[in-house]
Design a protein around this ligand. Structure first.
Ligand SMILES: [Ca+2]
Ligand SMILES: [Ca+2]
Length: 231
């Protein structure tokens, strides 16, 4: 089942109707949770809607990977059981999650949504599905990333795992192809929600979505293996 179908089913089942929309400009990331500025603590058991805004989480070298995994898995989990972090996009848009790092400790962006970011910053952008470089459009650069990721089965959204299931396959190509055809304008920069990772988040519990990946034990096993390999 595609991510779209799953989300449509969740919407019709009313699961997403209970989503809490972030009514704040800043949040704090604790171990296993996210504290909104109004005092609400979000641990991934409910649904948090970013309301179409981006999320920029400031982390440090020692905890950036843990925070990246935590955020990524919450977005992935929402695509499967509705509990986690969602945007309010259309069928052709979604949340792209990546570390602002090219893998060689060079930043992808110096400024993101007008904010200074560095190689330890986690970026979550509401954009067209398949916008692997977060520039707001789908073009040959994104297809190059997905094709390269497909050949080597590299992990993460940046490499083409657009539905966060740990694989790069036809489901991901369906998402980017649909968005490429359907994109109408550049996904806009907006007023982002700013997150700060605390010391505690170095040990952030990662709510692996393996148990809800459609009962596909093999795929789930591969995905868990991939996550483990990134440690
Ligand atoms: Ca792009
Ligand atoms: Ca995938």
């Amino acid at each position: 089942m595609s991510s779209h179908s799953r989300l449509a089913a969740l919407v019709s089942a009313g699961v997403l109707a209970t989503a809490v929309t972030v009514q704040a400009d800043s949040v704090t990331v604790f171990s296993g949770g996210l504290l909104l500025s109004n005092g609400t603590f979000f641990d991934g058991s409910k649904t948090l809607n970013l309301g179409g805004r981006d999320l920029i989480v400031t982390a440090e070298p020692y905890n950036r990977d843990a925070v990246l995994k935590w955020v990524t898995n919450l977005v992935a989990k929402a695509l499967t059981d509705g509990h986690g972090i969602i945007g309010d996009g259309s069928a052709q848009t979604g949340l792209a999650v990546l570390l602002n790092n090219d893998g060689s400790d060079n930043p992808l962006f110096d400024l993101f949504d007008g904010r200074k970011v560095n190689i330890n910053t986690i970026l979550v952008k509401q954009t067209w599905n398949g916008d692997t470089n977060l520039d707001g459009i789908i073009n040959a650069d994104d297809y190059f990333s997905v094709d390269s990721g497909f050949v080597s089965q590299l992990p993460g959204y940046r490499n083409g795992d657009l539905n966060y299931d740990g694989l790069i396959n036809a489901d991901d190509y369906f998402l980017i192809d649909s968005a490429f055809v359907g994109q109408t304008s550049t996904a806009s920069d907006g007023s982002p929600i700013l997150g700060i990772a605390t010391d505690e988040s170095a040990g952030a519990a990662v709510p692996l979505p393996a148990s809800v990946w459609g009962g596909l034990a093999l795929l789930a096993g591969l995905a868990v293996h991939r996550v483990a390999r990134r440690d």
